[in-house]
Design a protein around this ligand. Sequence first.
Ligand SMILES: [Zn+2]
Length: 186
Amino acid sequence: MCGGQRVPRWPNSRRLRPNLGHSSEMANRRTSGESSGRPAVQGSVPAGIVTPTSAGRSRNMQAIRRTNTKPEVQLRSALHREGFRFRKDLVVRTSTRRVRPDIVFTARKIAVFVDGCFWHCCPEHGRQPSVNSGYWSPKLARNVERDRLADAALTHDGWAVVRIWEHEPLETAIRLVKKALESRVA
Ligand SMILES: [Zn+2]
């Protein structure tokens, strides 16, 4: 569940408006009923995210979630441009679980995650979907729980964990990664 209790981890950063799609598109979708057969999306589910109604659709949703998100790609590109070298989607085998950070600096043991506001329950934009909350609530709660377990496992094994919300400006994300790198110089 997306509670409001999580404290923003980067309180000094500039906040952006959530990128939750255009209301006109949402309204249009609602009235037209959409020819693709997708259910009308209402409330706070981001545009493009629909509530699965079948196992096939559920698999599709999982695939969407694994796809590189734009902020993640931007951060990788920017870091690469600045000469940083890292692993992408490397599976880190900690002593208790396998974790797949978005960016991994293996030598310095830094795991970077770019967390989607919806999927990871950002305190600013991670509102509970008003449609089919019986489906979404446990799913999102599991995501958050998995995040915390991953953090704990990595930290326990001596990794530094950097989590960046997808709504953070790129400059902020870069700064956070650099800060972690500087603090972990061998
Ligand atoms: Zn957010």
